[in-house]
Design a protein around this ligand. Structure first.
Ligand code: KIV
Ligand code: NA
Length: 270
């Protein structure tokens, strides 16, 4: 297998081949996901909740993200993995200025990330352009942006009104124009996510709770393994169901995303 690269991901997007992404936070899970055929590994700041026991991602620091990014990339190196690694910029580490964002992105890139992810639209556009011009691939993130949970008033579906849907479409276009090559769409109506996907010709949408019309899918590792003590979000599927192993569950996830049997648009979050 050849290492995933931006040109390869662009080719998949152009050919309509679904892109698979899972979160991982340590060496072993990253290596197993890679071996299962997952193309992109997101070292998500969701680790604040699933690894650190925080009640939101707001408290995650850059040092924590650096540490876990390093664990993941070390695991992939040791297992000769080919996955594309995305490091999540945590709350407060890209908000001050584009220069601050660059400094934070450099920390994750030097820890082995191939791309950084940041949340939000509008004000982030300039930051995205600044990073991309300097050779740092960027994944944007719109819809439910967990770092702003307190401003949003909870983990709820976004883009339900005509006004908020129009804003999301405009922000998505601006992020593409700024050079973002991927865009996570979290908890938005499937029809809106599909529209944005069609509208973006050189930025691949990656959905979570956004229906099956996106260019790819992402899930939080612990969710897709059914390791959830609270109530599970409706859009999540437990891939351990009927799977012989964690690797088997990940392989089932990859298959389901590729053949568009996951997500099932009749079971949705909105
Ligand atoms: O941190 C994370 O896991 C994420 C995904 C849910 C997209 O941002
Ligand atoms: Na995140």
């Amino acid at each position: 297998r050849k290492p995933l690269s931006l040109p390869r991901l662009r080719e998949m997007h152009a050919h309509g081949e679904k892109i698979t992404m899972l979160t991982a936070y340590d060496a072993t899970f990253a290596a197993v996901a890679d071996a299962a055929g997952v193309e992109c590994i997101l070292v998500g700041d969701s680790l604040g909740m699933v690894c650190q026991g925080l009640s939101s991602t707001v408290g995650v620091t850059l040092e924590t993200m650096r540490y876990h990014t390093e664990c993941v990339t070390r695991g992939l190196r040791r297992s000769q993995g080919v996955a594309w690694v995305i490091g999540d910029l945590p709350f407060g580490t890209y908000h001050e200025s584009k220069e601050q964002a660059l400094r934070s992105a450099v920390v994750l890139m030097q820890a082995g990330a191939h791309m950084v992810k940041l949340e939000g639209g509008g004000w982030t556009t300039e930051t995205v352009r600044f990073l991309v011009e300097r050779g740092i691939p960027v994944c944007a993130h719109l819809g439910l942006t967990p770092q702003t949970v307190h401003a949003l008033g909870g983990y709820r579906v976004q883009g339900k009104t005509d006004e908020s849907a129009a804003l999301l479409r405009r922000e998505a276009s601006a992020l593409q124009d700024a050079g973002a090559s991927m865009l996570v769409l979290e908890m938005v109506p499937a029809a809106l996510a599909a529209e944005v996907t069609q509208q973006l010709t050189h930025c691949a949408t990656i959905g979570i709770g956004a229906g099956s019309g996106t260019a790819g899918q992402v899930l939080v590792l612990h969710d897709m393994l059914g390791m959830n003590l609270g109530k599970m979000a409706r859009f999540v599927h437990n891939f351990m169901d009927g799977a012989p192993s964690v690797r088997g569950a990940m392989e089932a996830y990859v298959r389901a995303v590729k053949n568009v049997s996951f997500p099932d648009n009749s079971i949705h979050a909105w």
